[in-house]
Design a protein around this ligand. Sequence first.
Ligand code: PGA
Length: 259
Amino acid sequence: MEIIVKQDYDQMSRCAAEHIAELIRKKPNSVIGFATGRTPIGTYRELIRMHKEEGLDFSQVVTFNLDEYLGLGMDLSKPYALDQSYQRFMYEELFNHINIKKENIHIPDGLTKNPDEFCKAYEEAIKEAGGIDLQILGIGGDGHWAFNEPGSTLDSRTRVEKLNEQTIKDNYEAFYKEAGFTMEEMPHYAITMGLGTILEAKSLLMLANGAKKAKVVAKALYGPVTDQVTASAIQVYKGKATIILDKEAASMLDSKDYN
Ligand code: PGA
């Protein structure tokens, strides 16, 4: 795996966007796995800039998002402002601002009446698209990838997962508090791609920033491969993994491991 450390969040974001853009220029019909969370927002802003100013073309790009809260989605009967779904996040932070085709966007349906069937169909859709060329990932405070909480196995597939306490707290602070929700009102279940699904992507791009992530990044990259830190799956990944960090998130790594 290649570890790239940048001075700050903006530089990390620009570097990550360039990495994604390079793939799209080389393969315009790339299949890209997108992630949500605070971490990739800067990367998405840079991709939007590249689209508007440099003509980066998303017209043939196909996307699959990692996860979605169960019970949330683009339900038009609910007030828009109350919808904290990842679907809304993706449209607001990226898809509304680029020339991506709606039919090429795949986000787990948090409003599905039959989650098990939906998860199977999601796996099938990834296969039918030819697999994921590049999967973008953050890392949770508990070391998770997507919503693969501690205890998730390396061969896990797309499924419903119960969020653990730390994730509920982290995501409440990051997204729900400002929208006026109480912690109890936040969804406690989600649909998530499994670790096995993620490890089948042809390449991975993991991003992390801030001192809060330093310890968990070091655990994922150097610690034992364990279901207690599911991002440690990166150590058994067989494709090309690129990790882009800011200086703070890299502060517990050995500097001889990066450029
Ligand atoms: P964050 O979430 O980007 O909001 O820190 C990362 C994650 O949970 O994967």
